[in-house]
Write a protein that binds this ligand. Structure first.
Ligand SMILES: Nc1nc2c(c(=O)[nH]1)N[C@H]1C(S)=C(S)[C@@H](COP(=O)(O)OP(=O)(O)OC[C@H]3O[C@@H](n4cnc5c(=O)[nH]c(N)nc54)[C@H](O)[C@@H]3O)O[C@H]1N2
Ligand SMILES: Nc1nc2c(c(=O)[nH]1)N[C@H]1C(S)=C(S)[C@@H](COP(=O)(O)OP(=O)(O)OC[C@H]3O[C@@H](n4cnc5c(=O)[nH]c(N)nc54)[C@H](O)[C@@H]3O)O[C@H]1N2
Ligand code: SF4
Ligand SMILES: [Mo]
Length: 732
């Protein structure tokens, strides 16, 4: 007897509604929910592999404790909580609360309550600002930094669904779903059919760009020069929206002066993109009625990410590509609170505090949180505030943090490493305790995070129509298992430590840009709330009551909600900043360095770039036989001409060396890749002490990086793309 239930895939913030076929209490297959009002029955291979993720041999069904011999033995969740709490207590008593670090990662996306309670825990310890690490600081922190310096246009950018031009700088949403969560391939196909001119800026021809109007293939790491060139063309040819600029901005003259040096000839020489293509792209964007230029991880990983984002914001602003009064708000609220949306900006501000510095690299405190790039050194560097215990909640620093050897050294030196995971990830394998979490189908879900992450910048996520979905847990964890949700572990540990937790529910804003402040909800500490009760707390003050959202099993489009943007408040004098001094000074550096920050050399003639695997979400699903297990390794993609030049063929083993480390990869020809580029996904590979297996396990690309070698001076995003490398054939 099988039964079908409607659930939500929460592997990524796309939150696809799914039809789950259940037999004897277990999910046996996943299909897209065809009754969904807006996903068109979409799922991706990661979502469809969920049954194997939940019931495969790699799934952790019990928490684990490291034994004296170094292997793992199962431990009950109660005992694990007791022991972890006692160890944390001892470390705090001896070294203070700032000796405890918490790293939240992508594995928490499966359950929106986990990150909220993790943050509440660190706030209760009083160390949230310094010791709460989020992988957002090695993702695209430049997005929120640039938005702070530029100012945030309240109603958001013009919408993809009714735009006639769109420029994507190093983003590939058909694979990543970043920015376009609802059936991205279909959304792009429809947009192009409608006449949208899609312009891709990417060293590789991507799945997203298949039917693009134009594909610029710049040398990796030169996007700031390219976008400054666009601005120069748009401003010098008077192709901008003078009325919008006059009413809403300041700094147009200094911006025009700063970009004047970025002539098409200069930009062509630095980026390797022909001048005619640069002119065509900039003019096409400016001539269109509606559209947007957005960035993805590509430029953010390649240093100067904040500047690239800032220039993209400036291009959108001078072309007036923001939603106006009388139009529909680009990202309407349903779960988030009701707010009044006016066609005006939130003021620019400086998103860091120079007076509060990290122990490592003298980085200032910023709104994006403690910088992950410094985590290994915070553990390794003696002195006040040295981290001695690390809790990894749905994160996998052994493959995610740049500089694998240093991360290993750091994790090994800890007094306590706790990994909250669902499989024996690279990091879990090094842990003292592994706390086994519930998986996506075993917990309720809500589209709140997807709605709210718009505050992090343009093209993060968020719905372009008033859509929301709640899904209950659709299955119980496997029989005989002993698993708890991450938030439940943290809550119980907090209780043992005598902490009181306060949730900050439904935040409508980020940094200093708030439409409505979050609601502080003290958690009852005498008895653990149920997951449903916690979800109620988390959605406190939602625009549509949670009970109403729950009444639509397939998700719902709230077309009747008033969504129209109001005119600028006559009293509002706020303006968007086009020429922030820090950004103009960095642009100056980019010009004088003449592209040297991301240049190949005779010793390292290729530039390594990151990309994403369609079967995994970072390392999520790595040990699932239907995901990472099926793929086995992450190919080292190269242009056929580069392969030939090195006397290589697809399938050959190669040594890949950077200034910081080396890995063994497997070469694969990719005709659409810019010559001189090596493109690889991450999340693969073994730990340094483990037997290397390039074919069965792939390569850990983080080993080619060094978090301390090159990083953004403002907030520490390490260079993770446009890394000079050399390759050589390995004897078979
Ligand atoms: N070389 C290189 N490094 C990168 C990147 C890159 O492109 N190249 N990308 C960077 C980016 S953008 C990011 S966001 C970070 C990501 O950094 P992390 O978030 O640290 O990395 P993930 O691999 O996503 O780790 C997620 C962990 O959660 C576990 N997990 C899966 N499902 C669940 C679950 O339901 N519950 C729990 N508790 N755990 C679960 C997985 O097994 C895995 O161990 O990596 C960064 N690092
Ligand atoms: N299937 C799948 N989906 C994912 C993930 C995953 O691992 N797998 N990871 C998730 C995470 S954590 C994130 S942050 C998002 C990221 O979402 P995206 O940013 O859309 O990520 P990618 O698909 O890697 O696209 C980045 C593109 O940038 C290009 N690129 C690399 N270097 C440069 C450069 O210097 N300049 C330019 N212009 N382009 C460059 C790459 O070739 C690649 O096509 O994806 C999320 N979604
Ligand atoms: S992994 Fe993301 S895109 Fe794929 S089915 Fe799940 S929610 Fe949808
Ligand atoms: Mo990310």
């Amino acid at each position: 007897m099988s039964d079908t239930r409607i659930g939500m895939c929460k592997i990524c913030p796309a939150c696809c509604p799914i039809e789950v076929t259940i037999e004897q209490g277990r999910a046996v297959s996943i299909a897209g929910d065809r009754q969904s009002p807006s996903y068109g029955g979409y799922t991706c291979p990661k979502g469809r592999a969920m049954p194997d993720a939940h019931y495969g041999p790699q799934r952790l069904l019990h928490s684990q404790r490291r034994t004296a011999e170094g292997s793992f033995a199962p431990i009950t969740s109660d005992a694990a909580i007791d022991e972890v709490a006692a160890k944390l207590r001892a470390i705090i008593d001896e070294h203070g609360p700032d000796s405890i670090g918490l790293l939240v990662g992508s594995g928490l996306a499966a359950n929106p309550m986990n990150a909220a309670v993790s943050a509440a825990f660190m706030m209760a310890l009083g160390t949230f600002d310094e010791r709460f690490y989020s992988v957002m600081t090695i993702d695209q922190p430049g997005k929120v930094m640039a938005q702070a310096l530029h100012g945030r246009w309240l109603p958001g950018p013009q919408r993809f669904r009714d735009s006639d031009v769109w420029v994507m700088v190093g983003a590939n949403p058909v694979v990543s779903k970043m920015g376009l969560e609802q059936n991205p391939a279909m959304a792009i196909k429809q947009a192009i059919k409608r006449g949208m001119k899609l312009i891709m800026i990417d060293p590789r021809a991507t799945e997203t760009g298949r039917n693009a109007f134009l594909h610029l293939q710049p040398q990796p790491g030169q996007d700031a020069t390219l976008l400054a060139g666009f601005l120069h063309i748009i401003l010098s040819e008077q192709r901008y929206d003078t009325a919008f600029v006059a009413e809403n901005t300041q700094g147009i003259e200094p911006l025009a002066r700063a970009v004047a040096r970025f002539t098409p000839e200069h930009v062509a020489a630095i980026t390797g993109v022909p001048a005619e293509q640069i002119l065509l792209a900039a003019r096409t964007f400016a001539e269109a009625e509606r559209g947007c230029i957005i960035t993805g991880t590509g430029p953010h990983f390649a240093l100067h990410g904040t500047l690239v984002e800032y220039l993209a914001l400036c291009i959108n602003t001078v072309c007036g590509r923001w939603t106006r009064a009388g139009e529909d708000n680009a990202h309407p609220h349903v779960v988030l609170p009701e707010v009044e949306v006016r066609a005006q900006p939130l003021a620019p501000y400086v998103p860091w505090d120079d007076s509060v510095r990290c122990r490592i690299n003298n980085l200032p405190k910023t709104i994006s949180g403690a910088p992950c790039g410094t985590l290994a050194d915070e553990i390794l560097t003696p002195g006040n505030g040295q981290i001695r215990a690390l809790i990894c909640a749905g994160s996998n620093p052994m493959v995610a943090l740049p500089g694998q050897a240093r991360t290993e050294q750091a994790l090994e030196s800890l007094d306590l490493l706790v990994s909250m995971d669902v499989e024996l990830s690279n990091t879990a394998r090094m842990a003292d305790y592994i706390l086994a979490d519930r998986m996506a189908l075993e917990t309720p879900g809500i589209t709140q995070y997807t709605e709210s992450v718009k505050y992090y910048g343009v093209w993060t996520h968020a719905y372009e129509e008033p859509y929301a979905h709640y899904s209950p847990a659709v299955v119980e964890p496997p029989e005989g298992s002993d698993v708890l949700e991450v938030w439940q572990f943290i809550y119980e540990i907090a209780r043992k430590l005598g902490l009181s937790l306060t949730l900050y529910a439904n935040p409508a804003g980020f940094g200093e840009h708030w439409e409505k402040l979050p609601v502080a909800v003290p958690m009852p500490m005498d008895k653990r709330p149920s997951s449903e009760e916690l979800m109620e707390m988390l959605c406190a003050g939602s625009r549509v009551p949670l009970a109403e959202i729950k009444s639509h099993a397939h998700g719902h489009l709230y077309d009747a909600l008033d969504n129209v943007v109001l005119p600028r408040d006559p009293a509002c004098t706020t303006r968007l900043e086009l020429a922030d001094i820090r950004m103009m000074s960095e642009l100056d550096t980019v010009f004088t360095e003449n592209g040297a920050t991301a240049a190949p050399s005779a010793d390292f003639p290729l530039l390594f770039t990151s990309r994403r695997s369609s079967l995994m979400y970072n390392s999520i699903g790595r040990l699932n036989p239907m995901q990472g297990g099926r793929q086995g390794y992450n190919p080292a993609f190269l242009n056929p001409a580069d392969l030939e030049r090195h006397g290589l063929r697809t399938g050959d083993l190669i040594r890949i060396r950077s200034r910081h480390g080396e890995v063994i990869g497997i070469a694969e020809a990719e005709a659409g890749l810019r010559p001189g580029t090596l493109s690889m996904s991450h999340g693969f590979g073994v730990n340094p002490g483990e037997a290397a297996d390039p074919i069965g396990q792939g390569a850990c690309t983080s080993a080619l990086m060094d978090a301390n070698a090159e990083y953004d001076p403002l907030f520490g995003q390490p260079r993770m793309s446009a890394i000079p490398v050399a390759i050589s054939a390995l004897a078979a």
